[in-house]
Design a protein around this ligand. Structure first.
Ligand code: ATP
Ligand code: MG
Length: 412
């Protein structure tokens, strides 16, 4: 894509009411635009990164047998009344139609997915099953000041699994946990998993996937020697205590953002809807259900909180909106024009800055936008029949002969 064709422009200043770095940088660089507190539009650059994260999530969910579906966000009130959520869930957005009928906006989709899936499952032979979707969620959050970390409309992957037995759920949970850790690793993050705790509504155990960041809204304690990690909200321990798990390490306090969550829903939803399956004896049983959330837009915000410097964003390669930021500051643009075509022919995605701006402006924009690798063509590099290649996260550039660029990039 040619940068001159982008309808967005970089901004020198972030809006005054944005307190967090993720929102400030993403707005300034033209990734998102704020409609109101907690509600953002995703612009061409932002949608590319959001889609890349979503794609990684899809690949890992598909790899463990998840089947992708897309459920409605507009729900009849009745299903929420059936499970108690209508009165108990404070973040549930409620809507009245012109004919005075009540509706809710999906803040999670157990109420939709349970009757949906159980409508197709007859016997234990049909189990286990796992379905997931990637889409918007709506929550009436009181405080939405953390940019993408806490939206009122936000992008989430939610998966739901159905099992014959608790043992089968436990087995699947371990598989999902590994898939989640892989997702976080693929986007360049290390996530800690909190010890099981009671979920507020379902009353069953839940596990949280936490990424350490000062922008996060959770306080956790984690062991410096083993994997132990707890949410302070529920913890019996304090910072400085000896780890209750390994007995060797010490517990450190840290701020973190919850990027994923797993709930053991037990048989609640099957019971609420009075829907089940026939077991081996032909008797009706309610399935054990699991729910697995992953905040895709929150993850995008967390990535910016983790990977930035004073000039802008530093995207990890896997979620960079483009593979290369090609910048021409040479008087003659022919070499850069040819490179733009050639790189795309090799299936790289390229943002090409051929604008009529100063070199300083172009470099500043490239640093702000944060594409993982910059390729520069200047009068100086042209004299050497070369281009300059610089990773966003490094200060040193390499001069590469233009003819050898393709090979060089492949080997990198
Ligand atoms: P939190 O504790 O942060 O309020 P939650 O425990 O209510 O989140 P879940 O209902 O488990 O979250 O949702 C699954 C995932 O969706 C969370 O782990 C998080 O990554 C993401 N998420 C939840 N609420 C928001 C929000 N308001 N904005 C952005 N992402 C969110
Ligand atoms: Mg939580």
């Amino acid at each position: 894509m040619k940068q001159s064709e982008l309808f967005t422009k970089t901004l020198r200043q972030a809006p005054k009411d944005e307190e967090t770095l993720n929102a400030q940088l993403l707005i300034r660089a033209g990734y998102v635009n704020k409609l109101m507190a907690g509600v953002y539009s995703y612009l061409p650059l932002g949608l590319r990164t959001l889609n890349k994260i979503a794609q990684i999530v899809r690949e890992e969910m598909d790899a463990i047998g998840g089947q992708e579906i897309l459920m409605p966000a507009l729900h009849p009130a009745e299903i929420w009344k059936k499970t108690g959520g209508w009165d108990k869930i404070d973040v549930l957005f409620k809507i009245k139609s012109r004919t005075e009928k009540d509706y809710a906006l999906g803040q999670s989709e157990e109420e939709v997915v349970t009757p949906l899936v159980l409508g197709y499952l007859d016997s234990y032979k049909d189990l286990p099953k796992a379905v997931y979707q990637v889409g918007w969620k709506y929550r009436d959050e009181l405080r939405s000041k953390s940019g993408l970390l806490r939206g009122r409309e936000f992008f989430m992957k939610d998966m739901y699994s159905f099992h014959e037995t608790q043992t089968d759920f436990d087995k699947f949970y371990t598989i999902v946990k590994q898939a989640y850790l892989k997702i976080f690793e693929r986007v360049g993050l290390v996530a800690k998993v909190t010890e099981a705790s009671g979920g507020s509504f379902s009353q069953k155990i839940s596990y949280e996937f936490m990424v350490l960041t000062d922008a996060g809204e959770d306080n956790i304690l984690y062991c410096d020697a083993c994997e132990f990690c707890v949410n302070v909200e529920i913890a019996k321990q304090q910072a400085g205590d000896t780890c209750p798990k390994c007995g060797k390490g010490q517990l450190n306090a840290a701020k973190a953002s919850e990027v994923g969550n797993v709930f053991d829903l037990s048989q609640k939803y099957g019971q609420d809807f009075d829907l089940g399956f026939k077991d081996k004896e032909g008797k009706k049983q309610f399935p054990i259900m699991g729910c697995y959330g992953l905040g895709i837009s929150r993850l995008m915000g967390v990535l910016v909180e983790k990977f930035h410097d004073d000039k802008g964003i530093l995207w990890p390669r896997s979620v960079s909106p483009f593979d290369f930021h090609l910048i021409n500051i040479a008087r003659d643009s022919r070499v850069a024009d040819e490179l733009y075509i050639a790189l795309q022919r090799e299936n790289y995605s390229v943002l090409y800055d051929q604008r009529d701006d100063s070199a300083g402006q172009k470099f500043a924009d490239a640093d702000l936008i944060g594409i993982v690798v910059r390729i520069l063509v200047s009068d100086k590099t042209l004299k050497e029949d070369a281009v300059e290649v610089k990773p966003r996260n490094s200060d040193s550039a390499q001069l590469i002969k233009t003819k050898e660029l393709s090979k060089f990039l492949k080997n990198k």
